[in-house]
Write a protein that binds this ligand. Sequence first.
Ligand SMILES: [Zn+2]
Length: 398
Amino acid sequence: MSIGARTSHLRRSNLALVLDQLRRRGPSSRSQLVAATGLTRSAIAGLVGELEELRLVIEGPSEPDGRPGRPSPVVRIDDRSVAVLAIEIFVDEIGVAIVALDGSILGAERRSRPRARVAVAETISDVTALVDQLDAASPHPRLIGCGASVTGLVRDADGFVVAAPNLGWTDVPLARLLTAALDRGLAVRVGNDADLGALAELRSGAGVGSDHMVYVSGEVGVGGGLIVAGRPVVGHFGFAGEIGHMPVNPEGRQCRCGSIGCWETEVGERALLARAGLDPDGGRSAVEELLDRAAGDDRAALAALDAEARWLAMGIAGLVNVLDLDTVVLGGLFARVLPAIRRQLDEELVRRRYLAAGRRVRVVGAALGASAVTVGTAELAFRSLLEDPAGVMNATFG
Ligand SMILES: [Zn+2]
């Protein structure tokens, strides 16, 4: 690398560093940025100036804090300059949202859909209709990227969905299809919903402060995102984290992936509802019904929740024992049933001996709730900008 190329590379990564600090810490004074980044005062002045010119940050007076004297100016993210489109594709629901650079959701539309309407073409046409609706409903800043999450195996490099068993999809070039269907010159990036939820919880939810974490999210299927030593585990092809398909029961049921006794066949929504004598395809309202019945001491509902706790503990203990995790974040279905199974789950986890060697593991519900995947999907859409702020802004606004 020539000296010139090295200097411009360094400048680009320093711009990205300052922008990242502002997004994590919120409004900060220049001195706070100096302390947080280890850069010199004059370097910070130059970088803040450049980010201001790119319209990504604003520098101005801070909120008065009641102390005498003039408050020092702070630098904050400009939440009205750019935004991204975040698309979420689940089995029972699709959602679209406009998300600003500071993470605020500027507008969102969601639509539930029947299980008979999940084919690729129907999904794409429902997504574009929702995006049009969102466009009409909420004026928003210029879109500079688009992310899509899907509940399936996604090849990282090109957003190709190799398999999404609960949608019945195989070999779908989802990034390419969405890019063409949206027709806005936005390149769409695609990721697995649980991986993106995990990133969001790690950055701004229940996983803050953890470096060894698993996010376990259940709906019809079960997905997971693994963070080890502070970084997402992606694996050889980018398929890591398919914890729903850990084999746990050789005598178990047929899984949609073709195998027998995968974890999701024991802890997924269908198994839980079937054990309680409810319609396995009853969706979220049937789960609410089950929780109501359990609160009224209904025996079948209580037994179903007991079984849920037992099988959940089995998988969690396995993951903790293999990866030496400090935090387990439960999302979706598991976050909803957690208060009802907390005691049995803790007892089972102790019985599974995962606390051996004095290990302490936090098992907590997702803090971002249903918006974890939205936040993570927006993060994916912002990735290019966050890696090269000047390059992307100049290309967009030239
Ligand atoms: Zn499976």
